[in-house]
Design a protein around this ligand. Structure first.
Ligand code: UDP
Length: 342
């Protein structure tokens, strides 16, 4: 019998890698994506990796009738809910777009889970809910949440709260918030990866686009932070490791009769911006054009995961390194030229 898992946003960056990981572990993903922020090249990539075309339903996750019909058609083992907007800067300019899409999509999924008695949900949350951690920079799930500094961050913050409250009212559900740190890299095959829309906001695609000549030069946002080399520190996690954490989450939830957990998904190690640049240059042999610029408003100085809970509860830990990530990100960037993305 097929074990169907609904993957909303399954054509996106983390979603597509999770689809691969699900298939590798015996599940049948059902991708729900309307491709508004995903590239259709992903379908070809997934088809090549998987040896057959995955199930894809083109639909807005906020479409109430449409999503209901999907729940009528499949009996889902679980749901992984990725579909959401994620650009921090855009969310400041268009907050209603973010609150509408990110919260209504989640509410639509939860309502259908209750109506159709689907028990297991994994929600894409983010370490942004910690804001700027006070004191210790290694955050556990018990570290108090702080208000994020963007509407995007608030949609994750409120999304977690919606999930917790839904669990309290429906204690037989199995719900999990995964708080991701900074996903980087791409599938080894270079058949799927991230398709940044417009100028990338995130460090790794900015590095690879600068190296290939799509961007003039990388600006390192600030060198006067109180860190080892003055640049900010983040926990960069390979997207293939991150994808597998979702499979482990689905396996965990399948054995539960009422469960609510929040789990950090990171490597447990922080890296500075300069360390990432240096890893990129040494692993790829590319000389990167970069210079220091002003601090970017809203940036957290330093944060990295305490990943003990993921290890204990999900039996998951990151296996791939920053070296793997920069090599895979670079190979993917080179491959993107073939997709006429230049
Ligand atoms: N960063 C940078 N230049 C860029 C993009 C990012 O120096 O063009 C820095 C940014 O200030 C932060 C780190 O890289 O310290 C990671 O930024 P990203 O936007 O990828 O992730 P987030 O800030 O959301 O953790």
């Amino acid at each position: 019998m097929e074990k169907y898992v609904l993957v909303t946003g399954g054509a996106g960056y983390i979603g597509s890698h999770t689809v691969v990981s699900l298939v590798e572990n015996g599940y049948t993903p059902v991708i729900l994506d309307d491709f508004r922020n995903a590239n259709r090249v992903v379908i070809d990539g997934l088809t090549k990796i998987l040896g057959k075309k995955p199930i894809i339903i083109e639909l807005d996750v906020c479409d109430q009738n449409g999503v209901k019909e999907i729940f009528e058609s499949y009996k889902f083992e679980g749901i992984i809910h990725f579909a959401a907007y994620k650009a921090v800067g855009e969310s400041v300019d268009e907050p209603l777009k973010y609150y509408q899409n990110n919260l209504m999509g989640l509410i639509n999924i939860l309502s259908n889970m209750i109506e159709f008695n689907v028990k297991n949900l994994v929600f894409s949350s983010s370490c942004t809910v910690y804001g700027e951690p006070k004191g210790i920079k290694e955050v556990t799930e018990e570290t108090p949440k702080n208000f994020p500094n963007s509407p995007y961050g608030f949609t994750k913050w409120i999304g977690e709260q919606i999930i917790e409250d839904t669990f309290k009212a429906n204690p037989s559900l199995n719900l999990m918030n995964l708080r991701y740190f900074n996903p980087v890299g791409a599938h080894k095959s270079s058949l799927i990866g991230e398709f940044p829309i417009g100028k990338p906001n995130n460090l790794m695609p900015y590095i690879t686009q600068t190296a290939i000549g799509k961007q003039e030069e990388l600006i390192v946002f600030g060198n006067d932070y109180p860190t080892i080399d003055g640049t900010c520190i983040r926990d960069y996690i390979h997207v293939v490791d991150l994808a597998y954490a979702h499979v482990k989450a689905i396996v965990f939830l399948a054995g539960k009769f009422g469960s609510f957990e929040t789990i950090n998904i990171g490597t447990g190690k922080g890296s500075s911006v300069l360390e990432i640049i240096s890893a990129f240059e040494s692993e790829t042999g590319q000389k990167l054009k970069w210079k220091y610029g002003k601090r970017r408003s809203g940036d957290v100085t330093e944060i990295f995961a305490n990943a003990t809970k993921a290890k204990n509860i999900l039996e998951w830990e990151a296996k791939l390194s920053i070296k793997d990530a920069v090599i895979d990100a670079w190979n993917w960037e080179k491959k993107l030229i073939e997709h006429n993305e230049k």
